[in-house]
Design a binder for this molecule. Sequence first.
Ligand code: SF4
Length: 449
Amino acid sequence: MAHRIRVRPRPKPVAVESLNTLRSQPWFTVATSFEHSLHQQPGEANSRQDWELEAFIASGGKLPSVFDQDPSLRSGLGAASATLPAWARRTPEDPSTLSPWAGGASGLSDGVSGIYSPTSFETLAACPFKYFLGNVLHVKETAEPGDAHRLEARDRGAIVHDSLERFFVDAAAEMRLPGPSDTWAVEDHARLAAAAGEICDRFEAAGKTGGAALWYVDRARILRDLKGFLAADDERRLVSGNAFLHAELSFGFQPKEGEESANQPPVAVPLAGGDVVHFRGRIDRVDRSPGGELIVYDYKTGRASEYKNLSSADDPLSGGRHLQLPIYALAARAAFGDAPVSAYYWAASEQEGYKAYGYQVDEATLTRLGEVLAVLAHLVGDGLFPQVPGKPSRNSYENCRYCPFDRVCPSASRTGAWESRKWSAGLADYVALTEAVSSEPAQPGVPSG
Ligand code: SF4
């Protein structure tokens, strides 16, 4: 049987020339731009944004009171009006105050009333504007699964951390932890490899591991690093006589609803000046020495160069860039009793030789912690978040090279901009804190025993 196909005629496109023939119609209007249309036909807004723009235009550029209810819009318009005229007139910035464009955000700060991660304050010390974007405005990178050409460093770190966490937590629960002079058995190596394999598969399924050839290499390297880590752990316990005490000590996190948690309370650090800042975190591991000292470890999977002189530095907190160890030491003391504490970054890779870098956290270090945090808390409390790029380094700046906000920061002469803005009101203590410390790659230091 023959079928008839009915084709619905499509409307013909209207040529621009024919539009001109319609100009005489009473319903026909010409708008040369979107903004022009808002000027021309107020009251015909199609969306909330259109309506807000109309209200703004009708006010002659002054903010109508209705915008008081939208603080982000007010701040954005305030920042734009504070900056654009200066650009247009090419007049120099007022060096005595931080403008909204340069990181002055006093209206947006609610002080240091939350529970913070040590790394967020480390970011604040390195570049307050980076902290502002990531931790105050919560701007996030947009990464699409499948975009990565190769496993990213942070995902590699997550695989290694998750694998070691699962392995050590299971070993502790099953009473398989070795004594100081014991070594991990062949079956233990197989358990760690199996745990790591499962976690690798999960990252692969999520599209985070990049091309097949490079992932083959990266996966093999992760498994090799983990196998070597168990051997390094055998050696460390044998040489030091330390015993494994606890894996994954978390503090300051809110347990999820219905979840039973071994979570410890937040660490409260008293500041010089009387305030208190609260911290949360996860300590990878705590050991105990034969003399009763607590030994805290934080596993690191990247380059260890920035930690190499911590043990011998005048300021082991590096002007606020290294705060994890003393805060973790306080958390370990709170959990296991008031004992001396040493804290270390432990490089979990063959490339870095599985060395650990750190120091004994004494009272002088804890006093210094309170002083450093007071300076940083003052920035947050006063809403002072200047852009601090650091020294020029490899076609960029040392703080900006791996910063996710590199593209949104003004690119011209970042060092020059910071050099002129650092004299702004309220920044003197921050400048004194951070500029006394060299962030150049460190000299080889003393690995822990
Ligand atoms: S790009 Fe540089 S100046 Fe801008 S936020 Fe990042 S570290 Fe700071």
